[in-house]
Design a protein around this ligand. Structure first.
Ligand code: ASP
Ligand code: MG
Length: 400
């Protein structure tokens, strides 16, 4: 039995927490499993390091930045290793490079290309607990890279896949994945199981328990993933292939994304190629366009609306000003996206209607709608954000 355990920033946020983490790891080791531990930097450290780097330059050299950022995880790796050894459990700490994690050379958001597991396997054979610094790797040329913010989750999942681990446990400071944000709806319930696809939709719709790329990779490599709380021994949420969840739930969660802004173009010339022009320019700037709606044209013009992340709105405005695409462009950042997610939506009609009725009853106007196989998203005025989540949570009886 091989278990990969990943501990996030708050779980290793103080020396006391690192000691608690060591004890948690020992429990697993004592149960007879081999353990590979992946750690994040102590909470707040990576942000601090980013600030330090940006003190000297608005666009710090990315290679130097990666050397800087990777240091946070090395601190926790070393401290946990020292603590475990002192408690009588032989442990070895490895940087991403020492652990054989090879990436491409896109610094500060590198992708893992392959993992040479021979060192880790040798240490495990020697009976050691192996601690690996998350969020980092090395290029073939020997430069340190980091994997993008939240990247320790990805390290843990990639290692689980490469080592063919039986289980990958992601420890955070919440009990698992909830039907919605418990700060918005007190009656939110922790889910015991959720499918990779639902988790991906919830995460991209604003629920931030796991980094999105790590869930994608877990799905691809079929890694058995559990997210749980390092501050208690509650059961957590199992994220797995959907056939395992036999509960026949229609809707599993409601996500709220406040980082949304809407762009409306009025009087767009209605001819082929216009949408291509607009969205190509936005894509070139790496702006993540989410929902798009276009009205039926009239008198040779049409209206086009789309949403972008709020923190990319400035860049969007600049970019749109270089295009003579529309007579009027309006921007609105006082909106939110509310999404209903559930694999049951694939096979049941009428799920969307309940959402529309529920919102209508509260007088909440829907500005945009989009659907996928397992998700329904609506854009509503920001002032209704919490109300919309609560009434929908209630309508789909998610507290049960
Ligand atoms: N320390 C990194 C970050 O804050 C990676 C991680 O915690 O997953 O983004
Ligand atoms: Mg994290």
């Amino acid at each position: 039995m091989l278990v990969v355990q990943k501990f996030g920033g708050t779980s290793v946020g103080t020396l006391e927490r690192i000691e608690a983490t060591a004890k948690r790891v020992i429990e697993t080791k004592k149960s007879g499993a081999d353990v590979v531990v992946v750690v994040s930097a102590m909470s707040g450290v990576t942000n601090q390091l980013v600030e330090y780097g940006e003190h000297f330059s608005k666009q710090p050299n990315p290679i130097a930045m990666d050397m800087l950022l990777s240091s946070g995880e090395q601190v926790t790796t070393s401290l946990l290793t020292i603590a475990l050894n002192e408690m009588g459990y032989p442990a070895v700490g490895l940087t991403g490079a020492m652990a054989g994690i090879y990436t491409d050379d896109i610094h500060t958001k590198a992708r893992i290309e392959n993992i040479n597991t021979s060192r880790i396997k040798r240490e495990l054979r020697d009976g050691k607990i192996v601690i690996v610094a998350g969020f980092q790797g090395i290029t073939k040329g020997g430069d340190i890279t980091t994997l993008g913010r939240g990247g320790s989750d990805l390290s843990a999942v990639a290692l689980s896949g490469a080592l063919d681990a039986d289980l990958c446990e992601i420890f955070t400071d919440v009990d698992g994945v909830y039907t919605t944000d418990p700060r918005v709806e007190k009656r939110a319930k922790k889910l015991n199981t959720i499918s990779y696809d639902e988790m991906l939709e919830l995460a991209s719709a604003g629920a931030k328990v796991l980094q999105n790329r790590s869930v994608e990779l877990a799905k691809k490599l079929n890694v058995k993933l559990i997210t749980r709380n390092s501050f208690n021994h509650n059961e957590g949420t199992l994220i797995t292939g959907e056939d395992v969840s036999m509960e026949a739930v229609l809707v599993s969660g409601i996500a709220l994304d406040k980082n949304q802004a809407r762009v409306t173009l009025r009087g767009v010339v209605d001819k082929p190629g216009i949408a291509a022009d607009i969205f190509t320019v936005l894509a070139e700037k790496n702006i993540n366009v989410d929902m798009i709606i276009q009205n039926v044209g009239q008198d040779g013009t049409t209206n086009l609306g789309f949403t972008v992340p709020q923190n990319e709105l400035e860049l969007t405005k600049q970019t749109m000003s270089t295009l003579a695409a529309a007579k009027h462009i309006e921007y609105d950042d006082q909106i939110v996206k509310v999404s209903i997610v559930g694999v049951g939506m694939k096979s049941h009609s009428g799920i969307a209607c309940l959402a529309f009725e529920t919102l209508a009853k509260e007088g909440i106007n829907i500005q945009m709608i989009s659907t996928s196989e397992i998700k329904l998203s609506v854009i509503v005025d920001q002032k209704y954000a919490e109300l919309a989540v609560r009434v929908l949570h209630n309508a789909y009886q998610l507290e049960k």
